[in-house]
Design a protein around this ligand. Structure first.
Ligand code: DON
Length: 307
């Protein structure tokens, strides 16, 4: 039943791939094959559904913002984190600098670049990249995550907009510490190589309140996961978050590497991979596959009827 629904969701998503485009502002990402699509579902009770390109590695990109936020909330606490970043949808593109200078000193939310860079600035004095990588492996239930050196170098060469954001935050006194050390950690976190299975693993842990259902091990506090899921629901798909919430209704986070990580409360984690992106920078095939799956299995947060 689950495998069959996943297979049909993948087929549905495939039908939209030709409408998507690869990103090219990180040149290495433009080498991906836009015809790829993969979908992986892990349920709390141990079922697994996999179809398409679920083993292919790609960079986590903005989905790392979830790991950074969770780590900062875990280590620094809610009040400190949200004294530096707000919790409102921005309605602008993920890399926008506009409102940051016009309307406020604090970035709108931790899911856009400005907010994530601010969050990473809190982690920079506390953790090395290797420590964060190890933690990402634990949270994604995937011990094979490594740094994709080529993508890291590529973004380091071309990431002037993010450097501009970091310096702007520093000029406003919001970002403390060395702006370039923060950006280096941020680029490395974005360049961690995952696959659809790792994203389903992360989604499962988050869906299950921070506990890995297989081992019973608590990996994140429940209060942290609650905040993370809310930010994913309201801001995880950037300026496409409203429509995604209506059509799909599952807390999710996308990345320009083509991944989407989604979590269905107390039920399942879902990972998708499809590097062809829509005009908001979200995987078009992944988004459509999730829309199908949500309809088919009644996964919308406000569906009363369960599967
Ligand atoms: O900072 C950037 O622009 C990229 N490393 C990550 C952006 C991203 O994934 C936005 N996602 N849809």
């Amino acid at each position: 039943m689950l495998q069959n629904a996943a297979r049909r969701a993948l087929e549905y998503g495939r039908g939209f791939l030709s409408q998507g485009v690869l990103v090219d502002y990180i040149p290495e990402l433009a080498k991906a094959d836009p015809g790829r699509l993969g979908l992986c579902v892990f349920t709390n009770d141990g079922q697994k559904a996999v179809c398409g390109d679920v083993d292919r590695r790609f960079t986590i990109q903005s989905i790392s913002k979830v790991i950074s936020l969770a780590t900062a909330l875990q280590c620094e606490g809610f009040d400190k984190v949200f004294s530096k970043v707000m919790m409102e949808p921005s309605g602008d593109a993920f890399n926008s600098i506009l409102k940051l200078d016009l309307a406020s000193n604090r970035p709108y939310n931790p899911m856009i670049n400005a907010g994530a860079i601010e969050v990473v600035s809190m982690l920079t004095p506390l953790f090395s990249f290797e420590q964060m990588l190890e933690y990402a492996r634990v949270l994604c239930l995937d011990g094979d995550i490594v740094l994709d050196e080529a993508v890291y170098e590529s973004e380091t060469l071309t990431g002037d907009r993010n450097r501009a954001i970091a310096y702007l935050l520093r000029s406003k006194g919001v970002l403390e510490g060395d702006a370039m050390k923060t950006i280096d950690l941020y680029f490395r976190l974005c360049a961690m190589s995952v696959n659809a299975r790792s994203l389903a693993g992360l989604g499962l842990v988050i869906a299950n309140g921070g506990v890995d259902p297989d081992s019973g091990r608590r990996l994140l506090d429940e209060r942290v996961v609650r905040v993370v899921k809310t930010m994913m629901l309201t801001c995880g798909m950037y300026d496409g978050s409203g429509e995604f919430a209506v059509r799909v209704g599952i807390p999710a986070k996308s990345g320009v590497g083509g991944g989407i990580m989604a979590c269905v409360e107390n039920r399942m984690g879902i990972g998708t991979y499809g590097p062809a992106l829509d005009d908001r920078g979200n995987s078009i095939g992944g988004r459509k596959a999730l829309e199908f799956l949500s309809r088919e299995l009644h996964l919308h947060i406000f569906d009363s009827q369960s599967e």
